[in-house]
Design a protein around this ligand. Structure first.
Ligand code: AOF
Ligand code: ZN
Length: 368
């Protein structure tokens, strides 16, 4: 389909609105991608929808159901190719045909083989005009985790690190933070759009974190938590274990300790044995593959630099989020990374964005 220049700007605008819709549930749609959908009539938005929490209904069905208008002759903008298969829900293409929608704009093809490249033929044979490719680059960037999980057997990994201005990663003063409250709130937001936090037993033992999203309105978006605990060292009194009733908590281990395993299971912790690598540590690739098997596609790595360094060495990190405080820790600081700082950017492809967080800085790097 040919689009003239002025109309093109409108189409871009509506597709961008669809992308905003998709962003609402990213990280919360289980194995399903987060999709956004906008329906317009006479160049006005008449309905919007996104893939629901846990993955169903799909975005198109939500947008159709929310609409009080007759959809005949409307235009539908959707971030991903509408599905053509019967899965947990019936195909969205049939819904589009049934509702007599006139034009469909989708940005990128769905890599899922059940639907890949199938919708256009079906829609066109029913007289519907189809256009593909609006905001293609932005969309491919947005769907990096979905495209990765469909192509490879590894989930997408985002590593977050907070450092002081003088490069310390630990504040020796108990219960004192490195970064300010705005940075910390940003971390909670990041947690809410990942489906799993991965951490080490060392972090649990040293910091005793809760690892939940505590932003009002987003608390139910707290991810599952996987603790890499080779020797089952975490205390059953740690906060993360105490809250395992409310938040899905998983331990990857290797050393068999029957008593501890029984105890953890009783406390509703799911545990999985993972084999060791040649250095005697839990094998990270196997750990990530297991995480994928458990249904996770977006991993938020929140750990000290030891585990992070292993992830980076094996080239397993896709995005790196670096929070830099505007304060020095000086004698209160520990675990300085100034000397190894360059190593963290060894695989850097590009700086995605720089954000000023009222003194602190957040720099996002794309490593893959
Ligand atoms: C759409 N709109 O909002 C999403 C789609 O098991 P099901 O039925 O939920 O199907 C899952 C597949 O549907 C998923 O792998 C992907 O191909 C597609 N996701 N499609 O038309 C949506 N989330
Ligand atoms: Zn669908």
């Amino acid at each position: 389909m040919f689009i003239n220049q002025n109309k093109y700007q409108n189409h871009i605008y509506f597709m961008r609105l669809a992308l905003h819709q998709a962003k609402k549930t990213i990280g919360n749609t289980k194995k399903n991608p987060a999709v956004g959908c906008i329906i317009t009539k006479f160049n006005q938005v008449i309905s919007a929808g996104c893939t629901s929490i846990n993955g169903k209904p799909h975005a198109e069905l939500n947008a159709v159901n929310f609409s009080k208008n007759i959809l005949k002759n409307s235009q539908l903008y959707v971030t991903l190719e509408p599905c053509s298969h019967y899965g947990k829900t019936p195909p969205c293409v049939l819904l589009i045909i049934r509702k007599k929608i006139k034009k469909v704009f989708f940005s990128i093809r769905d890599p899922d083989p059940r639907s890949f490249n199938k919708c256009s033929k079906l829609l066109r044979s029913n007289g519907i005009i189809v256009n593909r490719g609006l905001l293609k680059n932005e969309m491919e960037f947005f769907y990096r985790s979905y495209l990765k999980i469909k192509k490879r057997d590894l989930p997408f990994v985002t590593y977050k690190l907070a450092i002081s201005k003088d490069f310390y990663t630990i504040n020796k003063k108990k219960n004192k933070w490195i970064t300010n409250e705005f940075s910390r709130a940003r971390v909670h937001l990041m947690r809410s759009n990942h489906d799993c936090i991965m951490t080490s037993s060392k972090t649990i033992i040293n910091d005793n974190p809760k690892l939940t999203c505590r932003i009002d309105g987003l608390k139910d978006r707290s991810p599952s938590r996987i603790i890499l605990d080779n020797k089952l060292k975490i205390s059953i009194n740690s906060k993360i274990i105490k809250e395992a009733n409310n938040f899905n908590t998983i331990v990857f281990y290797n050393k068999t300790d029957i008593k501890k395993i029984k105890l953890l299971k009783k406390l509703k912790i799911k545990i999985f044995k993972i084999s060791l690598d040649k250095n005697g540590h839990l094998d990270l690739i196997r750990s990530l593959k297991k995480a994928k098997q458990l249904g996770f596609s977006r991993i938020f790595l929140e750990s000290g630099i030891e585990l992070a360094t292993s992830f980076l060495k094996e080239n397993l990190v896709d995005d790196f989020k670096l929070f830099i405080s505007n304060k020095n820790l000086a004698k209160n600081g520990s675990s300085n990374i100034k000397k190894s700082f360059r190593f963290f950017f060894k695989n850097k492809k590009k700086t995605i964005e720089k954000v000023n967080l009222l003194g602190d800085k957040l720099i996002s790097y794309k490593l893959k």
